[in-house]
Write a protein that binds this ligand. Structure first.
Ligand code: SF4
Length: 131
């Protein structure tokens, strides 16, 4: 199942009102006919933990779970359970993605620096040979 995740971010100004209904993914969501309160637990009691467990079990069987999670991350949904992840879990995912992006940039910079060093060495060797 494909939805235009990236295009959601291209709407200027307010993201959510303009795009909320643009992608029809919610119509096939496992929670589409459920009370949304289940997905917005408040507090830390054992009852809340049970609520989170129940919400996550619904998400686990949802056909648009990955899209929902991506949507929540990209549109900065700070509250509730989206795509089977709590706000804390989404923060961890975001941190992990940022770290992976930093590592990728560093690896790219190292590769480019190595290439420049290699070219420099070859150039010096050529100058030595040609005297
Ligand atoms: S992943 Fe969970 S919160 Fe998201 S649409 Fe599916 S059931 Fe609803």
């Amino acid at each position: 199942m494909e939805f235009p995740v990236v295009s959601l971010m291209s709407v200027p100004g307010s993201i959510r009102p303009a795009t909320w209904n643009a992608a029809n993914w919610r119509s096939v969501a496992a929670c589409s006919n459920m009370d949304t309160e289940l997905f917005f637990p408040v507090g830390e009691s054992s009852q809340v933990h049970e609520q989170i467990r129940l919400a996550k079990s619904v998400c686990a069987a949802c056909p648009v779970r990955e899209f929902c999670l991506e949507f929540a991350i990209r549109t900065i949904q700070n509250d509730g359970i989206w795509g089977g992840a709590t706000e804390e879990e989404r923060k961890i995912i975001k941190r992990s993605r940022r770290a992976a992006a930093r590592r990728a940039v560093q690896a790219q910079l190292r590769a480019e620096a190595n290439e420049v060093a290699q070219q420099s060495t070859e150039h010096v060797s050529m100058l030595d040979r040609t005297g």
